[in-house]
Ligand binder design. Structure first.
Ligand code: AMP
Ligand code: ZN
Length: 476
C-alpha cells in the first residue's frame, strides 16, 4: 500500500512500524457546534483508511479526539450561559450519532481533551525541563520555536511567513519570539465563568489546542504514530506545532505519514454560514436526503482532489446507490441453476482492481470504477443468457460486492436505512411468487389481483422467458 506523506511530499510504501498494530491518529471535531458535511468529508476519509487497513488484515488502533476545550468551545459556553461541559456534551453525542448515520465504523478511542489535563501538564513540564518551553510572567507557558531546529519542515515557506503576521500580538503576551505558541494559557475571568480552568504548577489555566493532540496521540499510541490525518487547514500551524511539541518532548520521530484531506466546497464555494451552504448531516436528513447518498458523494473524489458538494450531485448519488441495490437484488434473485457464465473469475479480478486502487493512496474514484465494471460486466453476461448463471456465479458476485462494501460501506448503510424498505421488499417477493404459482395453476383471477395490488404499491412486473422481474416505478 502507498500513501502520500505531506511531510516528505511523496507517495511512499506504507508498512506499519509494528506489524501487529497500525497506530493512527486523526484530529477530531471541535465540539462547539454540529459537524458539517465538510468535516465529514475528512472523517469519511479516516473511515475509509480504517476499513481498508482492516480489510488488509491489520489490527488498527485508530484514535479520533474531541477538542472539548479551546477558544470556540469556551466562547460558545459563555454565550449559551452554560458550563464548558454542559455546552460540549450534546455536540459529542451529536457527532457520534452523525458518524454512525453516515456509516463511519467505530474508531478505537475518542479521547476528550479535558480528560487528559494531568498528562498535558506533565508533558509541558518535560518541555520546560528540556528547554523547549518557558513560563511567561503572567502564568502562561510557551513553546520556544527557535529551540526546535526542524520547525517548518511540514509547512515549508508557510511557517516562515507567519512571523510578520504574529509580530503584533507578540508584544503584550510575554512571548520571546513571535512564532512561539501557548502550551498553557493562564486563566482569564471568561475561562473561570464556564469552568475551563485546571490547576498546574504555573497557576490555574487551560491547555493550548495544539498540545492537546500531541498528548492524546502519544499517550494512547506511543511516541511514534504510523499515520496522522486531518483536514488541509490543520497542516499549519496545528500539525507543525504538534511535531515541534512531540519531538521536543520525546526526542523521537512523531509521525511516519501525514495525510491531509482537501477541503470540501459546496455549490462551488467555500462553506460558510453566511453563504447558506453550510449543511449539517441532520439538516440534510430532515430534508429527506439519504445517508448512503451523502456518504457516496463524500467518498467519490480522491481525498487530495477537489470535491464540490451539490444538491444535484446528491440526487445522482442517490440514483447510483439505487442502481447498486437493484444490481445486488438482481444477482440475489437469480435462479442460478444453469451451467455457469464464468462470472467468478471476473468478480475476483474486479475485487482485486478495487483493492489495488485503494492501495494507491486510497484512490476511491478508481476503486468505484472497478465496482461499476463488476456491475456492467455481470449485467451484460446476464442479459445475454440469464438462465445459464450458476450458483457459483451468483455467490462469487455477491461476495465481491460484500467485500467491496466492507470498505465503501454504502450498501450496508442503504440497506440499514431502508430496513422498512427491506421488509416491504420481502413482501413484494412473496407476492410475486404467489402470483407465479397462481399463473402456473391457471388461476388467472388470483394472478391478476396480485398484479393489481403490486401495481398499486408502485411495483411493475415484467414476465420474461426466464421468470418474472420486478422493479419499483415509484416509492411505496
Ligand atoms: P473542526 O471541528 O473545525 O476542528 O474540524 C474537524 C475536522 O474537519 C478537521 O480535520 C478539519 O480540518 C476538517 N474540516 C473542516 N472544514 C472542512 C471542509 N470544508 N472540508 C473538509 N474537511 C474540513
Ligand atoms: Zn489535532
Amino acid at each position: 500500500m502507498k500513501l502520500y506523506d505531506s511531510l516528505q511530499r511523496e507517495l511512499r510504501d506504507f508498512h506499519p512500524r509494528d506489524p501487529a498494530r497500525v497506530a493512527v491518529y486523526g484530529c477530531g471535531p471541535t465540539v462547539y457546534d454540529y459537524a458539517h458535511i465538510g468535516n465529514f468529508r475528512t472523517f469519511i476519509v479516516y473511515d475509509l483508511l480504517h476499513r481498508h487497513l482492516k480489510r488488509r488484515g491489520h489490527e488498527v488502533a485508530f484514535v479520533v479526539n474531541f477538542t472539548d476545550v479551546d477558544d470556540k468551545t469556551i466562547d460558545g459556553a459563555a454565550e449559551a450561559g452554560l458550563s464548558l461541559h454542559e455546552h460540549t456534551a450534546p455536540y459529542v453525542e451529536a457527532f457520534l450519532n452523525d458518524a454512525e448515520t453516515l456509516g463511519v465504523a467505530p474508531f478505537s478511542a475518542h479521547p476528550r481533551a479535558t480528560a487528559f489535563v494531568p498528562e498535558m501538564v506533565a508533558f509541558i513540564e518535560r518541555l520546560v525541563a528540556n528547554g523547549h518551553a518557558y513560563v511567561a510572567p503572567e502564568g502562561s507557558v510557551y513553546y520556544s520555536v527557535p529551540s526546535f531546529a526542524d520547525y517548518g519542515r511540514l509547512a515549508g515557506p508557510r511557517a516562515a511567513g507567519v512571523e510578520s503576521r504574529s509580530r503584533i500580538d507578540a508584544k503584550d503576551s510575554g512571548k520571546r519570539d513571535p512564532r512561539d505558541f501557548a502550551l498553557w494559557k493562564a486563566a482569564r475571568p471568561a475561562d473561570r465563568r464556564v469552568g475551563a480552568v485546571w490547576d498546574s504548577p504555573w497557576g490555574e489555566g487551560r491547555p493550548g489546542w495544539h498540545l492537546e493532540c500531541s498528548v492524546m496521540g502519544t499517550a494512547l499510541l506511543g511516541d511514534t504514530i504510523d499515520v496522522h490525518l486531518g483536514g488541509e487547514d490543520l497542516l499549519f500551524p496545528h500539525h507543525e506545532n504538534e511535531i515541534a511539541q512531540s519531538e521536543g518532548a520525546t526526542g523521537r520521530p512523531f509521525v511516519r505519514f501525514w495525510l491531509h484531506v482537501k477541503h470540501l466546497k459546496v455549490e462551488d464555494r467555500k462553506m460558510s454560514k453566511s453563504l447558506g451552504n453550510f449543511h449539517t448531516v441532520r439538516e440534510l436528513l430532515d430534508e429527506g436526503r439519504e445517508p448512503a447518498a451523502v456518504r457516496w458523494v463524500l467518498l467519490s473524489a480522491h481525498y487530495r482532489n477537489e470535491l464540490n458538494f451539490t444538491l444535484s450531485g446528491l440526487d445522482e448519488a442517490a440514483a447510483a446507490v439505487q442502481r447498486l441495490l437493484d444490481f445486488r437484488r438482481r444477482v440475489a434473485d437469480l435462479p442460478a441453476a444453469g451451467p455457469g457464465l464464468g462470472l467468478a473469475v471476473r468478480a475476483r479480478e474486479r475485487l482485486a482492481d478495487f483493492g489495488r486502487a485503494m492501495d494507491e493512496d486510497l484512490n476511491t474514484p478508481k476503486a468505484v470504477a472497478a465496482l461499476w465494471n463488476l456491475v456492467r460486466e455481470t449485467n451484460t453476461a446476464l442479459d445475454r443468457a440469464p438462465g445459464e448463471a450458476s450458483s457459483t456465479d451468483r455467490e462469487s458476485v455477491l461476495e465481491a460486492l460484500a467485500e467491496i462494501d466492507q470498505v465503501l460501506g454504502v450498501l450496508e448503510l442503504a440497506s440499514a436505512s431502508r430496513e422498512v424498505g427491506h421488509d416491504a421488499e420481502e413482501r413484494i417477493r412473496r407476492m410475486v411468487e404467489d402470483r407465479n404459482r397462481a399463473r402456473a395453476a391457471r388461476d388467472f383471477a388470483t394472478a391478476d389481483r396480485l398484479r393489481d395490488e403490486l401495481a398499486a404499491a408502485g411495483v411493475r412486473l415484467d414476465d420474461t422467458p426466464t421468470g418474472t422481474r420486478w422493479s419499483r416505478v415509484r416509492a411505496p
